[in-house]
Design a protein around this ligand. Structure first.
Ligand SMILES: [Mn+2]
Length: 353
């Protein structure tokens, strides 16, 4: 961290008043952890209050548990009165990203993010006063923890738990895409995190709909040797799609796992790879064929195609054709994941005759 960072962050803040804090749509543990950390830093070091605006829904059971147990309260985006706030801080995302739409009418004071830069340049209105974007960190929660340390603010038990959740989620417990910064923060925060709460966040109760969703995923799964597709219809949340892709790539012998599902007017897709040296992001960009938006790096990528003018079946078919071409398995007869799905696949191939 450059020595000028704390100073520049401090200079971007107002001397009094309240701020609005945001992250990307459908916030994940890293976004939530970073928000909780920034909120404590602003209060303890600068005497500034803040409100959170969380866009999109949080439905993955682990993330719902994190939000409930840590009492992460937010206000609805539609209820924001810009006159009540001095400005906006954005974490774990950037203004040019397609999954990020902070409330308008407020100056963007600071951006903290560990993703590669936005492809689209920021509009002038959304140019932040202070920007710290560094892909040398595995999680934005690590960046926030570093900033807190620079200002001698010790994370409370709640903040330590939130930041720890963020780092472990984005780095898979330091196993993937983590750096020495993440490692240092991980172990320091772990000492002070609420372990009982962490256990409850790890194994939350699951609604029956969760198992129904997984049954749908298994039914729709087509295995093409080392690659599989689970292109579903309507799903309960975009997080489901990511979870299915993560789950299925664990099938013995799989190198590529592509999951998709329609939710909130978009067809969401997640790609995972276990192939050494493979990069999921360019692969997914090819599969989407220039439609919609996608991001990611290393072994995971995610994206979405708007369903405004297109039927789900048409989007799925286009994705299937391009994916099979990319994996080089065109003409290969798919095998269902479990035998019960055999009838479904047989019906589909009969229809295609
Ligand atoms: Mn992150």
């Amino acid at each position: 961290m450059s020595p000028s960072h704390p100073q520049r962050f401090a200079e971007a803040l107002p001397s009094e008043g309240k701020l609005l804090l945001c992250t990307h749509r459908h916030p994940d543990p890293d976004g939530l952890g970073a928000l909780v950390g920034i909120q404590q830093l602003l209060q303890d070091r600068f005497g500034l209050g803040s409100d959170l605006v969380l866009e999109g829904r949080i439905r993955r059971a682990e993330n719902v548990a994190m939000r409930q147990l840590l009492k992460i309260h937010s206000i609805p985006k539609g209820g924001v009165n810009p006159a009540e706030y001095k400005g906006l801080i954005l974490v774990d995302s950037q203004p040019g990203f397609s999954h990020t739409h902070p409330p308008g009418g407020l100056p963007l004071l600071a951006v903290l993010d560990h993703h590669e830069g936005a492809e689209e340049p920021c509009s002038e209105l959304l140019d932040p006063i202070y920007s710290w974007v560094d892909s040398g960190f595995g999680a934005t929660s690590t960046m926030v923890h570093h900033l807190m340390r620079e200002f001698d603010v010790i994370p409370s038990r709640r903040t330590a738990t939130a930041l720890f959740c963020g780092i472990r989620y984005d780095t898979h417990d330091l196993a993937l895409e983590s750096t020495s910064f993440d490692e240092e923060s991980f172990f320091e925060l772990q000492k002070n995190a609420d372990r009982k709460m962490l256990q409850q966040i790890d194994s939350p109760p699951l609604p029956r709909s969760y198992f129904g969703q997984m049954a749908q995923a298994i039914d729709s799964c087509e295995v093409y040797g080392f690659a599989l597709l689970a292109l579903m219809g309507e799903v309960t949340s975009p997080e489901t799609v990511a979870e299915v892709a993560d789950w299925f790539v664990r099938l013995d012998g799989q190198q590529w796992s592509l999951a998709g599902g329609a939710c909130d007017g978009r067809y969401q897709v997640s790609l995972r790879t276990d192939m050494p040296g493979a990069d999921a992001y360019p692969a997914l960009r090819y599969i989407l064929g220039g439609e919609g938006a996608c991001g990611g790096h290393g072994r995971m990528a995610g994206g979405q195609v708007p369903l405004t003018d297109l039927a789900i079946e048409d989007v799925v078919e286009k994705i299937r054709i391009r994916a099979l071409k990319l994996f080089g398995v065109e003409g290969v007869e798919p095998v269902p994941l479990v035998a019960a799905s055999q009838r479904k696949l047989a019906k589909r191939s009969q229809r295609n005759l």
